[in-house]
Design a protein around this ligand. Structure first.
Ligand SMILES: NC(=O)c1ccc[n+]([C@@H]2O[C@H](COP(=O)([O-])OP(=O)(O)OC[C@H]3O[C@@H](n4cnc5c(N)ncnc54)[C@H](O)[C@@H]3O)[C@@H](O)[C@H]2O)c1
Length: 306
């Protein structure tokens, strides 16, 4: 069977500390793909023990290590990479996934809030590409050649202005630029740079964002049920559950794992021909921007007679 393989590889995922998020699912997907070690980095490490337990309960031998890391910090980013190299002698994938969304109207968005978002969601992917690639260039008998893959979590917000507030839209658009330019900058290093742009995905983002924006280590006290309920209200406001429209494929909300599988694919050699691309994983929502208003309601296809 054709499968994603990261057998023996070592890397890190940022934004992997929430109890119910894309980063956590990425760690699990990378472990399922056979990674030797995955460093789960975040401001919030409250759920690391349960993540380790989940990986073990799946019968996977991947070493999962938690690390407190503010991705806006150049010093901390370099230090984690150096630690990984000292312990494992190799570094193969960097999933730059940490992020938050606070949804402010333009009149209330301060310049400081704007700059914090730039630090976390624009500067951090640059640091991932710059220092992650240097770590991927380290060779050894087990890895005789520079090689690796960076995957940046962008957003559907990079494709349409109505998904988020101004700064989130701006920094996610910048992620796409870092992917495209980074792939050229790293072409001589045998390192690919791609992005996954999630659409509406169930996660902790609406519960953890204000805490993450502050930049301190924190704990989320809310239960998974509370987290899901907060998110559901947001999707409802966005019109996803509108009566009679909820069955449309583009109105579905994704599980974090669905985004994680795309990222694991991009990180792996199965995607060896994919470079400098941003894969929009939004169930078709952006393509359906105006719904079916212009085409007229499209009925479900009748089954073929045979
Ligand atoms: N959930 C969605 O609908 C959606 C849609 C598009 C894009 N995204 C993107 O997906 C990524 C993952 O978010 P999620 O939805 O899983 O939310 P989440 O809140 O479950 O996970 C995001 C994690 O990033 C961490 N983080 C934030 N700032 C950080 C920093 N400075 N340093 C280290 N860690 C930091 C948070 O603590 C949190 O644990 C983000 O980049 C987000 O912008 C999410």
């Amino acid at each position: 069977m054709l499968g994603i393989s990261l057998e023996g590889q070592v890397g890190l995922v940022t934004g992997a500390g929430s109890a119910y998020g894309i980063g956590r699912s990425m760690v699990i997907a990378l472990a399922q793909a056979g990674a030797a070690a995955v460093y789960a980095c975040d401001l919030n490490l409250g759920s690391i023990d349960s993540l380790k337990d989940e990986v073990k309960s799946l019968g996977l031998s991947t070493l999962v290590e938690g690390r407190v890391l503010d991705v806006a910090s150049e010093e901390q980013t370099v230090a984690v990479l150096q630690d990984i190299l000292r312990k494992h002698g190799r570094f193969d994938f960097f999933l730059a996934n940490a992020g938050y969304a606070v949804y402010r109207s333009l009149d209330t968005l301060s310049a400081d809030q704007f700059m914090r978002a730039v630090e976390v969601m624009q500067k951090a992917p640059y640091l991932a590409v710059k220092y992650g690639s240097q770590a991927m260039a380290v060779t050894s008998p087990a890895k005789p050649q520079s090689k690796g893959s960076v995957v940046i979590t962008s957003s559907c917000a990079a494709f349409a202005g109505a998904y988020a507030d101004l700064v989130y839209t701006a920094v996610k658009k910048a992620c796409n630029g870092i992917v495209e330019s980074g792939s050229v900058q790293l072409a001589s290093s045998n390192i690919r740079v791609n992005g996954v742009a999630p659409g509406c995905t169930k996660s902790s983002i609406l519960t953890s964002s204000k805490l993450a924006e502050a930049g301190n280590e924190y704990r989320v006290e809310a239960s998974r049920e509370d987290v899901e309920a907060t998110h559901a209200k947001f999707f409802e406001r966005g019109g996803l559950f509108e009566k009679g429209q909820e069955h449309k494929y583009y109105n579905r909300t994704a599980e974090p794992a669905e985004i994680a599988y795309v990222a694991a694919f991009l990180a792996s050699d199965l995607a060896s021909a994919v470079n400098g691309q941003i894969l929009l994983a939004d169930s078709g929502k952006t393509a359906a921007a105006t719904g079916e208003g212009f085409t007229g309601p499209v009925a479900a296809m009748p089954p073929l007679k045979f």
